[in-house]
Design a protein around this ligand. Structure first.
Ligand code: ATP
Ligand code: MG
Ligand code: MG
Length: 569
């Protein structure tokens, strides 16, 4: 039923199955637990899990936790919740740190093969020796240490005999390589830091490239998808996989048997795709962290944040995010996606899945003078204009209403089709009303409209067919429930908040209008929402009952998205 996706990654997988290179597909999603997942990660998640699903394979969730300094168990937990919320279940949950002993044995193997050496250069010297794009690097004076000396030093590094920075373990590859990643990159460094998973067991930690390649191999990953900035690292990735050769040396995996892990090492293939960038937001974890820590947003789950938790609280559905990723496609071309594409996907999903309700967010009082005080009746409304399966509901109606302030204009602008003094407008599902009198306060502000309801224009009557230009929504003031409504908008007011060419930083580009809280009124059947339930408030947009603060007794709704793109130029 679903169209076959034809991107280059899926084509590689298809070819690998057709050629018999692989019979089972295995992928992984490897976040570093140093922050919350964002919409960019959703792209990677949908690809990693989605491709495994489509080809009958499996996907692991791997915490890529090789750098203890910024990692925390808080993120480990949150990442799992986010992945499940998006609708994916992992084959196995792993931590790169589960493999530290394997990585260590792999490093000793490299030393024994003459493929790695302990180096005493300082970080600054390493930089000097590395050379540049136009200039080859110079070999470290420690490069030709004997295997015995290297092994001894590396074991003593592990034993904690040395201070941070005193030694590194470096791969011995090629200081003249045109690819700087191959100029004897560090694969281990000393860090006297406790780790969120392994505690004090280690004081040497593997570098990303080495650990990532070996982590993929250990798990038997067939296709290792990552973003384009790792393209230049692929030769190093392949070097690590080939030289350590876990698939050919199952004895190196022995530390894992005690932990009940299968020994299924393979030779994985790294494939790079372009990262997701969206305008009007920032996406690096570092910047998101700074927004949270400086109090510029109300936490990681602030509904203006591009984090999955923020989007969720804003009312984004898993289906809308999966639709978004599908629509983006997969390629190797970097681009910036317009924020409105994301909003469009949410509208598309909620148009189908959200029931309709009426709410007034900027209330103006209306009294229907030809109805009795205390008049109360119940009108039947369909819950969805395009889908009868949503059923109907009763909406109370009385002689006192709230309408939207901007549905009335004393001095109407050109083309205004709604209520004006002496004019008529249709009240959605209730009849045609004429404005007889405009009541103002001492300052001249309109505070009430006194109107009459045409008794011959009630729904179903002949008189209801009269041509009337405008239809407006309303709620019965007698029955409405006062509601906190949080009107969210884009967090940044410029398309590229990261552009600092004008000397400003992204914090200077925050949209001061990005959050406004008002008290509105909603029909009783809207207040009943369960947390995270979405409605379309007719003519206003999609709103979600706040995950944390909403209750039917004290309703709180967040505006997820307006019905139309108000940012379009
Ligand atoms: P950040 O730069 O925001 O810190 P990261 O790449 O360091 O992100 P990781 O936790 O290492 O974050 O990412 C886990 C996976 O998600 C990686 O495979 C990474 O390539 C992918 N990923 C991260 N950001 C994006 C993005 N914007 N678009 C697509 N994939 C992404
Ligand atoms: Mg990363
Ligand atoms: Mg990172």
């Amino acid at each position: 039923d679903e169209p076959i996706k034809q991107d280059f990654v899926r084509q590689i997988v298809r070819d690998d199955i057709a050629s018999g290179k692989h019979t089972a597909i295995k992928t992984r999603f490897p976040p570093e637990p140093n922050g919350y997942l964002h919409i960019g990660h959703a792209k990677a998640i949908c690809l990693d899990f989605g491709i495994a699903d489509e080809f009958g394979g499996v996907c692991n969730l791997r915490m890529d936790d090789t750098n203890p300094s910024r990692e925390d168990i808080e993120y480990v937990t949150a990442i799992q919740e986010d992945v499940r919320w998006l609708g994916y279940e992992w084959n196995e949950l792993r931590h790169s740190s589960d493999y530290f002993e394997v990585f260590y044995l792999g490093a000793e193997k490299l030393i024994e093969q003459g493929d790695a050496f302990v180096c005493d250069l300082t970080a600054e010297q390493v930089r000097e020796y590395r050379g540049s794009l136009t200039e080859p690097g110079r070999e470290s004076p420690w490069r030709n240490r004997s295997v015995e000396e290297n092994l001894d030093l590396f074991r003593r590094m592990r034993a904690g005999e040395f201070a941070e920075g005193a030694h590194t373990l470096r791969a011995k590859i090629d200081m003249a390589s045109g690819n700087i990643n191959l100029r004897d990159p560090a694969i281990y460094r000393i860090r006297h830091l406790a780790h969120q998973n392994t505690g004090d067991a280690w004081c040497i930690y593997p570098m990303y490239d080495y650990a990532h390649a070996l982590g993929d191999a250990v798990e038997g990953i067939t296709h290792s998808l990552c973003t384009l900035e790792f393209e230049d690292h692929r030769p190093l990735y392949d070097w690590c996989v080939d030289r350590v050769d876990l698939a050919g040396h199952p004895e190196l995996l022995r530390p894992l048997t005690g932990q009940g892990m299968p020994l299924e090492a393979a030779k994985p293939r790294q494939i790079e795709f372009s990262r997701l960038n969206i305008n009007y937001t920032v996406m690096s974890k570092r910047k998101l962290m700074a927004l949270v820590q400086s109090g510029l947003v109300d936490g990681w789950d602030d509904p203006r944040m591009p984090t999955l938790l923020g989007l969720r609280r804003r009312g984004y559905t898993p289906a809308s995010l999966r639709l978004f990723v599908e629509r983006l496609g997969v390629s190797k071309v970097n681009s910036v996606i317009d924020f409105s594409v994301l909003e469009g996907c949410l509208r598309e999903d909620l148009d189908v899945s959200a029931a309709r309700r009426m709410a007034v967010i900027d209330p103006l009082k209306v009294t229907l003078t030809n109805l009795q005080d205390g008049h109360s009746e119940s009108l039947e409304f369909p819950n969805h204009p395009k889908d009868e399966s949503f059923g109907t509901r009763q909406v109370p109606f009385s002689n006192r209403l709230w309408i939207e302030r901007d549905d009335f204009a004393e001095v109407p602008p050109k083309g205004f089709k709604r209520l004006v003094p002496g004019g008529e407008v249709r009240l959605r599902g209730a009849g045609i009303m004429r404005c007889d009198e405009v009541i103002k306060d001492a300052d001249g502000n309109v505070i009430e409209l006194r109107c009459t309801l045409d008794p011959e224009s009630r729904p179903g009557m002949e008189g209801a067919n009269r041509k009337i230009k405008g239809t407006i929504h309303w709620v019965s003031a007698e029955h409405a429930v006062a509601t906190e409504i949080r009107l969210y908008d884009r967090l940044f007011s410029v398309a590229d908040p990261d552009d600092n060419s004008d000397g400003k930083s992204y914090e200077d580009h925050l949209n001061p209008e990005s959050r406004r809280t008002v008290t509105g009124y909603i029909e009783p059947a809207a207040a009943d929402a369960t947390p995270e339930q979405s409605w379309q408030f007719e003519r206003l947009g999609y709103f979600v009952a706040d995950r944390h603060d909403h209750s039917p007794q004290r309703p709180v709704f967040n505006r997820s998205v307006t019905l139309r793109d108000i940012w379009a130029a």
